[in-house]
Design a protein around this ligand. Structure first.
Ligand SMILES: Cc1cc2nc3c(=O)[nH]c(=O)nc-3n(C[C@H](O)[C@H](O)[C@H](O)COP(=O)(O)OP(=O)(O)OC[C@H]3O[C@@H](n4cnc5c(N)ncnc54)[C@H](O)[C@@H]3O)c2cc1C
Length: 587
């Protein structure tokens, strides 16, 4: 079983030194979230993840969730762990105190999400969609629904799901067939089949609150006729108690490559009672509140799995002896593999990506809080534009690099990585879903180039580039070699953005074919931007903690020398265009 130690020092470094967003620091509601409080929370979070949740990863992989006589049973240990998990209040961490939450900002809850993803993604998924459902209900439902459902979801006694996918509709939700028939009392009867539903059924909570998209019988076809409904597994009585079973049954559980502890269900809705959330035919807008926040969390899943893969690769490389290096120190014939240049390169590749991603995510968490809570609407909107730009980037880049990192971790472990002994191959299998669900990474890339670069508020990508330029124009002489290098790649991003803009007018296939490359270029440059922020503090506060900051400076150096140049390769590949791709005859 892989071991795991939560990276508390790095997390506290970010919280203490990189809360540099002026608008975030103006938020009244977080003025009392002090470093001491966050340190206490993260230390407790580390304990529960390292001790209680980490062993559930192997347990869930070896004893997947099962469907027995119509009832879903979670793997051994899940029930006991979930009980403790909700008793300790982890489901309520970032929720509104009005509904029993602890009101912590995403600058804190994102760290918890990362730890939980490292410890066991399967276990995490049972509460993850609950938070998504909480956000959606909180933003879009009537006060009556909020009062009735949110306190129990926040407490973790009830969980949530997101029911979009159907046999014929995955990416293209306009094809959905599930129908909603209005009743005299204003409720709806929901009928249809949903597939691939994470935590669609299980034995951890007293009730499951499904958020289901369906088409009202008098609504138009396509995406313009989709509404959103709250459909509980058990109907909830007037007094809030759990009533009779609703018309929902579990058809089967998917047999999967990874995240086997997570119950991925086929759900059949037969005249199930549902309550509309938000406006009729505007269901996708409401659902996107859930999906956008969720997509960032999926990016964090990739980061968390990368972290545990790195930690175990480092430990293994320090204890495995094979071969001699060019400058061998060995007296008995073999060096530790960590002495080999290629293994060192691989480890540094992982470390520089992970720490850069974490810093970028911390920046994004501040922007997200500003977009949700700042009192000035203009400031909120600007932050919201940056969040919307960066959401597909974080989702796709972090999960794709999670595949690279878990693959490299297996390589460092050699045959012991491929066999089940060390649990490394499970990290690869568990991470493999992250580039697929919540909208595949290719669809994220298309979303980025066609919808996120500019919107009704203007040219978002150029506003982002301007922000980066201003913030990386630093006076410190020591940082100059990094900022000089950085401006070369920022220039490439600018040229690439202009190329996309031009091609948008002349050949959209060129844009589609370049979308993944563009996302990567923007992603690698954004991670470099986060590294510049880390470097700025590292040089300024160097004497406070020389070892820590030396480590940061040298890791950043690797990122700038060996990882950032990929931004240019993606640009060069993309601008060759799409004519050969589109004209090629597949036989
Ligand atoms: C373990 C697991 C858990 C899941 N959990 C949930 C859940 O809780 N709720 C839920 O509703 N769904 C869930 N899903 C479904 C998941 O979100 C979908 O599988 C995913 O959105 C892709 O849809 P699809 O599988 O139908 O693939 P398709 O949409 O058929 O896509 C197939 C391929 O075509 C590409 N493609 C499709 N459209 C385009 C386009 N316009 N441009 C370019 N390329 C395109 C895709 O990128 C992909 O490579 C889950 C799936 C799995 C496997």
């Amino acid at each position: 079983m892989p071991s795991y130690t939560a990276p508390l020092e790095d997390m506290m470094f970010l919280f203490e030194k990189l809360r540099d967003n002026k608008n975030y620091n103006e938020l009244e509601k977080y003025k009392e979230v002090s470093s001491d409080l966050v340190k206490d929370i993260l230390e407790e979070a580390a304990k529960i993840n390292q001790n209680l949740i980490l062993p559930l990863a192997k347990a869930g992989d070896e004893n997947p969730a099962v469907l027995e006589n119509g009832v879903v049973r979670t793997p051994p240990g899940y029930k006991e762990a979930y009980k403790k998990y909700i008793e300790d209040g982890w489901t309520s961490l970032s929720c509104d105190p009005k509904y029993g939450g602890q009101g912590m900002p995403k600058t804190v809850s994102a760290f918890f999400d990362e730890m939980l993803s490292s410890a066991s993604l399967s276990f995490k998924l049972y509460s993850e969609l609950s938070i998504g459902a909480y956000n959606c209900i909180n933003h879009h439902a009537s006060d009556e629904l909020k009062e009735k459902y949110l306190p129990k979801i926040v407490e973790g006694k009830w969980s949530g799901t997101m029911c979009l996918t159907e046999p014929v509709c995955g990416t293209d939700l306009g094809l959905l067939k599930t129908k909603a028939e209005k009743q005299k009392d204003g409720t709806y009867k929901i009928s249809g089949q949903k597939i691939f539903i994470t935590s669609g059924d299980h034995d951890l909570t007293e009730n499951i609150i499904h958020l289901v998209i369906a088409r009202a019988t008098d609504s138009p076809t396509g995406t313009k006729g989709i509404s959103l409904f709250l459909v509980p597994k058990f109907v909830v009585n007037e007094d809030g108690s759990v009533g009779p079973r609703n018309g929902i049954s579990t058809g089967s559980i998917e047999s999967k490559m990874g995240i086997k502890g997570s119950a991925t269900c086929v759900l059949n809705f037969d005249d199930a009672i549902g309550y509309m959330i938000g406006k009729k035919d505007k269901g996708l807008n409401a659902m996107f509140t859930m999906m956008n926040l969720e997509r960032i969390v999926v990016g964090i899943q990739g980061l968390g799995i990368s972290e545990i893969a790195y930690q175990n690769s480092l430990a293994y490389a320090k204890e495995r002896k094979q071969g001699k290096t060019n400058k061998t120190k060995s007296t008995n014939g073999a060096d530790f593999i960590i002495e080999h240049a290629d293994i060192r390169r691989s480890l540094l590749n992982m470390k520089s990506i992970i720490e850069g991603e974490r810093a970028l995510c911390f920046w994004l968490s501040q922007q997200t809080e500003v977009s949700l809570n700042h009192q000035d609407e203009k400031v909120r909107q600007e932050a919201s534009d940056f969040v919307s730009l960066m959401t597909p980037v974080v989702k796709s880049l972090f999960t794709d690099l999670g595949m690279e990192i878990t693959n490299d971790a297996m390589q460092i472990h050699g045959g012991y990585g491929y066999t089940k002994d060390q649990g490394i191959e499970q990290l690869y299998r568990d991470n493999r879903i992250t580039p697929i669900y919540e909208g595949t990474n290719s669809v994220q890339a298309a979303d980025l180039v066609f919808r996120k670069l500019s919107n009704k508020n203007g040219d978002i990508i150029n506003k982002f580039i301007d922000l980066i330029k201003t913030e990386t124009d630093l006076k410190n002489e020591k940082i100059k070699p990094f900022t000089k290098e950085f401006s070369f790649y920022l220039n490439i991003l600018t040229k690439f953005s202009e190329w996309i803009n031009e091609k948008m007018k002349t050949d959209k296939d060129d844009v589609s074919a370049a979308a993944n490359d563009y996302l990567k270029t923007l992603g690698f440059v954004s991670v470099a931007y986060a590294w510049i922020k880390v470097l700025d503090v590292s040089f300024k506060d160097y004497n406070e903690n020389k070892n820590f900051f030396d480590d940061k400076i040298n890791t950043a150096k690797f990122y700038f020398d060996k990882v950032l140049p990929r931004a240019e390769q993606h640009y060069k590949s993309a601008i060759s265009g799409s004519s050969n791709i589109m004209n090629f005859k597949f036989n």
